[in-house]
Design a protein around this ligand. Structure first.
Ligand SMILES: Nc1nc2c(ncn2[C@@H]2O[C@H](COP(=O)(O)OP(=O)(O)O)[C@@H](O)[C@H]2O)c(=O)[nH]1
Ligand SMILES: [Mg+2]
Length: 206
């Protein structure tokens, strides 16, 4: 189990496979430097960004799925730890941002489905919904996607949200974390925070 979580009543979490851009997004949201890397899996422990004056936390959770140089068993341990972390803090979690690499998502999902596995991302999405945590699908790296609408429709369908993706604009946020192009994500987050009666946090998500 992960250590060192500041004891706060409200939390936003970032989850997703390794190398999808979680730490980059975290850095853009918070304006604070966190490690980002070319090699998948650099984040093996959560990065906590503590808004202590507001009793509020943003947490960048370790990535799951493939990581070069990391053994299978250790990968499973990380996934189990992330699941346990979310379960034990679910009462504080106001929103989850499930970050997906929009450029490789469909290929990875198809590969899992053809093997008869449930893809990690879809597994996590259903898990978060079961816990009744408001969840945003942040489709990152849209700068690398050539046929954006068609790709977003495919991703939307694979999560059980029938296309066209645009009718799920309260869930699906196409973003480019690298270029700080986050407006659809921030807009959904503001709605979730407002609905959770936390207008006091809105100033951080403009
Ligand atoms: N092209 C592109 N690359 C990105 C974007 N966001 C992040 N990256 C790159 O993806 C790689 C992994 O990013 P990182 O934030 O470490 O991913 P994490 O493992 O999910 O935390 C880094 O090389 C980033 O520069 C984006 O919007 N577009
Ligand atoms: Mg990271």
């Amino acid at each position: 189990m992960f250590q060192g979580r500041p004891n706060r009543d409200s939390e936003i979490i970032l989850v997703g496979r390794s190398n999808v851009g979680k730490s980059t997004l975290m850095r853009k949201i918070t304006g604070r430097a966190f490690r980002t890397g070319k090699k998948p899996g650099v984040t093996r422990k959560p990065n906590f960004y503590d808004f202590s004056a507001h009793n509020f936390l943003i947490t960048d959770l370790p990535g799951f799925g493939f990581m070069s140089g990391v053994e299978n068993a250790y990968r499973e341990t990380i996934k189990t730890d992330v699941v346990q972390y979310i379960e034990s803090n679910s009462n504080s979690i106001l929103a989850a941002i499930l970050v997906i690499d929009g450029n490789s998502a469909i290929e990875i999902i198809d590969r899992h489905v053809s093997r008869g596995d449930v893809p990690h991302d879809i597994d996590f999405y259903n898990f978060l919904i079961d816990l009744e945590i408001p969840t945003i699908l942040a489709i990152n790296k849209i700068d690398k996607i050539s046929n954006l609408d068609a790709t977003l429709d495919d991703i939307s369908n694979s999560f059980g949200l029938p296309s066209p993706w645009k009718q799920w604009s309260d869930v699906i946020a196409p973003i480019c974390a690298k270029k700080d192009d986050l407006s659809p994500l921030l807009s959904i987050l503001r709605t979730i925070l407002h609905d959770a009666k936390h207008d006091d946090f809105l100033q951080y998500f403009k």
